[in-house]
Design a protein around this ligand. Structure first.
Ligand SMILES: [Fe+2]
Length: 378
């Protein structure tokens, strides 16, 4: 075997119940005035007020930017970057689900380096880019954004949803406290935990997986197989919620290097067009895409299948569907408001923005097959 690969050691991760008590002191290590990027949920759950109290104790000034929504927008990133510069903040605290964590990375990149956000998304600029120091605090266990330099943003004009990835955007410090996950409603737990499972499966199946990424991917898959249903049934089941949270954070570091494959490539047009939950789009697509892809890597699909209770590669799709039924996540695109009339736009958008993921799939998918899959899962 020829060993030749890259791996980014993830952020300084502090993991465990009660670690949210350290947010203020951690932020104080990086600056005097912090720009807090969040959505509305952290005010509702009381986390924001608690953290503001910690910052006041540490004598750290702050500006709260709480405009981030599900499937974060490029326009929100532009607004946040302007405000950060106006306020003279010297560091960033991102708190919430994957959306605020991703938006904070876009804000940091734009505010620190200039250009437009599309310049970074479409790689029109090159350089040694810099970031503000970021402290990331996830309150959902799906994106793994706290352990990588990836952000996925949607342009509201074109409905293009696409990621950017820079190692400078890896958080300086991530505080991962499974207690914070307990405020997730059940309709959020299913999509985010399935997103984490998809990251684990896709990063393992990716031809760019390497000896550093594989243990993160396979361990995350095993944790999720063991604990996902329990965490969905009872968000106060500590052992299960700790397990799925750990898995989500671990695999964030893996897929930053290995990349993600066709299910993520085909999902982004769905949540770009209809603002659906990313995990529900993945649930609609993943089993069928895998059934179209088995011949590209039968041994790896067999491993995934066995982890999820199947026998071999041929029942991989079935094993995933059975898992989805146990967490009330059997999804068809028509449930999410799509019709057959959307298939041409979805196919073209996927081809325009996600061709690299289709090519990276164990069996590369062509345009006709992409169109066929969208129709099959309608
Ligand atoms: Fe994802």
């Amino acid at each position: 075997m020829v060993l030749d690969f890259s791996f980014y050691v993830p952020a300084n991760i502090k993991f465990g119940r009660g670690k949210a008590a350290l947010i203020g002191s951690e932020v104080a290590k990086y600056g005097k005035k912090v720009f807090i990027v969040t959505g509305k949920s952290t005010a509702k759950t009381g986390l924001l007020e608690r953290v503001l109290g910690q910052l006041e104790n540490e004598k750290v000034g702050y500006v709260v930017f709480d405009k981030v929504t599900q499937n974060p927008l490029t326009t929100t990133v532009e607004e946040g970057a302007s405000l950060l510069r106006e306020c003279g903040c010297d560091s960033i605290l991102s708190m919430g689900g994957g959306s605020p964590l991703d938006a904070a990375k876009g804000i940091s990149l734009l505010a620190k380096n200039g250009n437009t956000i599309d310049d970074y998304i479409f790689k029109r600029v090159q350089g040694d880019f810099q970031s503000y120091p970021i402290v990331a605090v996830p309150t959902t266990c799906g994106t793994g954004s706290e352990s990588n330099g990836t952000a996925v943003l949607t342009n509201p004009k074109t409905q293009d949803k696409k990621g950017l990835a820079y190692s400078c955007l890896i958080a300086k410090s991530s505080i991962v406290d499974p207690e914070l996950m307990e405020t997730m409603p059940r309709e959020v737990v299913g999509p985010v935990t399935f997103d984490a499972l998809c990251h684990a499966m896709e990063s393992y199946l990716s031809p760019q997986a390497n000896p550093f990424t594989e243990p993160y991917s396979t361990d995350a898959m095993l944790y999720l197989a063991k604990y996902m249903v329990r965490a969905n049934d009872d968000i106060h089941d500590h052992e299960a919620v700790d397990g799925v949270t750990l898995a989500s954070t671990m695999v964030g570091a893996a897929f930053f290097v290995s990349g993600l494959i066709a299910p993520h490539g085909m999902e982004h047009p769905l949540s770009g067009l209809r603002n659906i939950k990313h995990g529900r789009g993945l649930a609609a697509l993943t089993p069928t895409i895998y059934e179209h892809s088995i011949s590209g890597s039968p041994q790896r699909y067999a491993f995934v299948s066995r982890v999820l209770g199947g026998k071999d590669e041929n029942d991989c799709g079935k094993a995933i569907r059975q898992l989805l039924s146990r967490i009330d996540m059997e999804v068809y695109l028509s449930d999410e408001g799509f019709t057959e009339d959307d298939v041409p736009w979805l196919t073209e958008n996927c081809w325009k923005l996600s061709k690299a993921r289709l090519d990276l799939n164990p069996k590369p998918l062509g345009k006709d097959e992409v169109r066929q899959i969208y129709s099959e899962v309608m």
